[in-house]
Write a protein that binds this ligand. Structure first.
Ligand SMILES: [Mg+2]
Length: 106
């Protein structure tokens, strides 16, 4: 089971091996492709495709997110960032970020 950092290295190897863009200039495209793959996941789910197909589209999203992250900052350790962000979110109140529910009375 790879860590985020291991997965990021594998995606980088794939990008180089297949000749895809490999500079920070490509970041907007990588992020756009992540959104496109997310749309493919939504479409797959909406059409009742086998769960495995929807999950594979979500993995495509992760590929682009990992790829964009290393081009944005090659020194960022995603395993550390993940743990730090998880700790931060766990310290937040229940259903944080859903203040709109109080306004709606729901
Ligand atoms: Mg796809």
């Amino acid at each position: 089971m790879p860590t985020f950092e291991e997965a990021k290295r594998k995606v980088a190897e794939l990008v180089v091996a297949k000749g895809f863009g490999n500079t920070a200039r490509e970041v907007p495209n990588k992020l756009l492709f992540a959104f496109i793959e997310l749309g493919e996941a939504g479409d797959s789910w909406k059409k009742g495709k086998p769960p495995g197909e929807t999950i594979e589209e979500l993995i495509d999203v992760i590929f682009y997110v990992l790829d964009a992250s290393r081009l944005i900052d090659p020194r960022a350790n995603l395993d550390e960032v993940f743990e730090k962000k998880l700790t931060k979110n766990l310290a937040r109140p229940p259903r944080y970020g859903e203040a709109f529910r109080e306004k709606l009375g729901s």
